[in-house]
Design a protein around this ligand. Sequence first.
Ligand code: PLP
Length: 439
Amino acid sequence: PVPHDIAPLSAAASEALFARAKAVTPGGVNSPVRAFNAVGGTPRFIREAKGAWLTDVDGNEYVDLICSWGPMLLGHAHPEVQAAVLEAVTRGTSYGTPTTPEVELAEAIVERAPVEKVRFVSSGTEATMSAIRLARGFTGRDVILKFAGNYHGHVDSLLASAGSGLVTHAIPGTPGVPESSTELTVVLPYNDRAAVTAAFETYQGRVACLITEASPGNMGVVPPEPGFNQFLSETCKDNGALFISDEVMTGFRASKQGQWGIDGKHEGWTPDLVTFGKVMGGGFPAAAFGGRADVMGSLSPDGPVYQAGTLSGNPVATTAGLTTLRLATDEVYDHIGKAAETVKEAIVESFTKVGLPHVIQSTGTMFSVFFTDRPVRNFDEAKTTDEAAYKAFFHAMLDQGVYLPPSAYEAWFLSSAHDERALSRITEALPYAAEAAAK
Ligand code: PLP
């Protein structure tokens, strides 16, 4: 049983490392969310991970609900993935030539996802950046449409905020992005069909592509309303634009066939281009974009649109990804789905008991919790979440050995390694954390 007064875990070694890190790295981290700025406190420096568990440099153990922000579908240090990677490393780590595992991983992706050809890159950011270049090259058009609250990596033209009018070009989302990089981007409210129609009217004959998270997970999980992706696909087609479905987060995660396996397959539409990352890299830097053979045929060296990468299709990374996809059977998704149900039920029970407002939203095996009392369909509604309550909740969970994403606007990730022992740690911690958040 967990003590009612939750004592903070020792973080002395993490604190010392954080101080050293801050001296040599901006904010002490290599990706901003890791710095705990949204929740305060000291980020835990992780020494090792196995299955569903993380161990930090102070020796504290946590159940991991981040799973490297999605990739670790099978949990950490899965014995078969590890063995395949160790074997691959003995044969060298990068040749700059074509290799067998990249062909096999491409075949595995084409078999599962609605794409005919894929090209490998090293991050999701590169995947979306390249997909947009390809869409512009293929269509000969320049305008791109995206949705507010959808994250596609740190591509200049996609780090854009909505402009002043509903359908006007976007403004840079960060210093360092010139206006010229976002003036061809239009940012629209998510799940809003009228806004999409209006944008296509305003920019008639100029829209190269519309890019959307297949089911947004970067403002918390905000699924497309039924038929929304189908509407986007059809509207793009009617207007000669390409429909880019960003499955970097949902791909091989929300279901075996990603978000497309949840809505596309039965609604009967197929994206023109899809971006992948996270799970398909098995915990290594590997990502991809793919799609229609004729569109992919515009890519260098078959076609005129240039794209390349020294480490693209890296043999160790593609071996990790291939082994992960081979092990990601129906049973794995069933297990993660059931584990998610267990956690969600425990959240509802413990939050209800203390009167803490909550809305849980899911797509397939992915879910997140909004600390609000109304359904969330877009970015403005996501922002109604109570950040202060999340902060208290986060730390109460952390001190009970559960590592949640250090931000209120993230999906919670589980793996096939989240067994009864790991789930019990979560369900036992929840009532106390809910109480701390309700204060
Ligand atoms: N697209 C989506 C939907 C993502 O969730 C992310 C990362 O979280 C990216 C793109 C960018 O991927 P990466 O961080 O590998 O550059």
